[in-house]
Design a protein around this ligand. Sequence first.
Ligand SMILES: [Zn+2]
Length: 270
Amino acid sequence: MPAALIDSHCHLDAAEFGRTPAEIADEAAALGVRWIVVPAVERANFDKVAAIARQHPSCVYALGIHPMYVKQADEQDLAVLRALVAQAMDDPRFVAIGEIGLDFFIPELKDGPLRDKQAHFYVEQLKIARDFDLPVILHVRRSQDQLLKQLRRIRVRGGIAHAFNGSEQQAAAFTGLGFVLGFGGAMTFTRALQIRRLAASLAMDSIVLETDAPDISPSWLHPAVNVPAQLPRIAAELAELRGQPVADIAQQTTQNVARVLPRLGSLMMV
Ligand SMILES: [Zn+2]
């Protein structure tokens, strides 16, 4: 039996898979992916991610509004989110606020009114996380410093900076605030020098694994649709980069997720 792994970020409800969430999660579980964290992206999929987690023993979920979905979101969605989170505190499969954050890569989001709107949604959702003492799952794209600025102001209990692609200094700032950094498919491309250098050199207690499926396919799969069953091979790639046994990588990254997502940590002990 391979060491248990956790896919700390997978949009299992996405239509791109062309298969049911249960089929995809089963396939991954057979390869040792014991847990899959399924973040929400908008009000319209809050119920879907919760249902997936209720229906499959591998799955847990997060609730939040993704910066790329802020355009069609309104103020009322934040109220709905807060009310749903209050209810979900009784659901052991609910583990975090996410996916939230800032995206300054997409031109439409970087400038103009959507820049302010995404900042507003990010801040308001951080407050929800703080008020319920929940970790957050962060979308970070060309926005490290702006995300950090608000994290210093609105103190949450940490979480995961997913698909991390920043400098060593920014990585240190996130870990200093209780975050771990998510590494996945991007790390498997030999030209991704900075990500690979970070993945090889960061302290092992600040790294978690993820697929971000159906997105960010690893180099050997690109551009086909990514799936959580790819996680063992991504773990092997990290093991090779660090010159460490894959069993150690699995054990430590699993422990890291349990630490930053304590509600999942409790589930793991059942
Ligand atoms: Zn995502």
